[in-house]
Design a protein. Structure first.
Length: 218
């Protein structure tokens, strides 16, 4: 199985800076860790290996995400490393997204684009930024559980766009993508960005303090 290279973000001085998702790991927003533990325990009680189940769903989600991004960037998706069942499940997810996307008629400005903040020294790679009518919209595609992390993450991406000279997003859309026929597409539309951005700045401070905290407790 091919593993996607982790994106490294560099500032203008060519120094590596932290990524948005790395910063988010210092928090446990909305009790995400506890929710995942309960989910894993429930699968165990049903006789399902949660690690294998999670890995399978993760592969389907990754492939569906690749299909979407490759459609938007006019590239061909490599299916050679996936099983037929995984491909069919990912196509179900992609087709559901595609039907919704055709109705949205959003013009693409950026897709899967890395950006860096020189002010706060962090980077991120947003899924899609576009225009629909007179609105600018930031899109993020998620498979599985959509936590508060996703809200904070996209608010950080919105800031990255503005610092890099793009128009401020009027809306953020987080699409929760289905991975089988038992799930359906759900889109969260967000217009209140300030709490998410303020939360991310606090997590940035926690991230910077974490090494010192670890030294204290040695």
């Amino acid at each position: 199985m091919k593993t996607a290279a982790h994106t490294r973000y560099r500032n203008k001085a060519n120094e590596i800076v932290k990524g948005v998702t790395t910063v988010l790991r210092v928090g446990n927003l909305g009790g995400k860790t506890e929710a995942l533990i309960r989910w894993s325990n429930n699968l165990g009680l049903q006789g399902t290996d949660s690690a294998k189940f999670r890995d399978e769903k993760g592969l389907i989600g990754d492939l569906a995400h690749d299909m979407i991004m490759n459609y938007l960037t006019e590239q061909v998706t490599d299916l050679s490393d996936f099983t037929q069942n995984q491909i069919e499940a990912a196509r179900y997810c992609y087709n559901d997204w595609w039907a919704w996307w055709q109705e949205e008629k959003t013009e693409t400005i950026l897709a899967e684009s890395p950006l860096v903040s020189e002010v706060f020294q962090f980077g991120g790679k947003l899924d899609h930024f576009g225009r629909k009518g007179d609105k600018h919209i930031l899109d993020d595609w998620k498979t599985g559980f959509v936590s508060l992390d996703a809200y904070v993450q996209t608010c950080a991406y919105r800031y990255l766009l503005m610092e890099n000279g793009y128009p401020a997003a009027d809306e953020i859309r987080i699409a929760s993508l289905p991975r089988d026929s038992g799930e359906s597409l759900k889109v969260y539309t967000i217009t209140n960005f300030e709490p998410g951005w303020q939360c991310f700045k606090l997590l940035l401070q926690c991230y910077e303090l974490e090494p010192e905290l670890k030294r204290i407790l040695r």
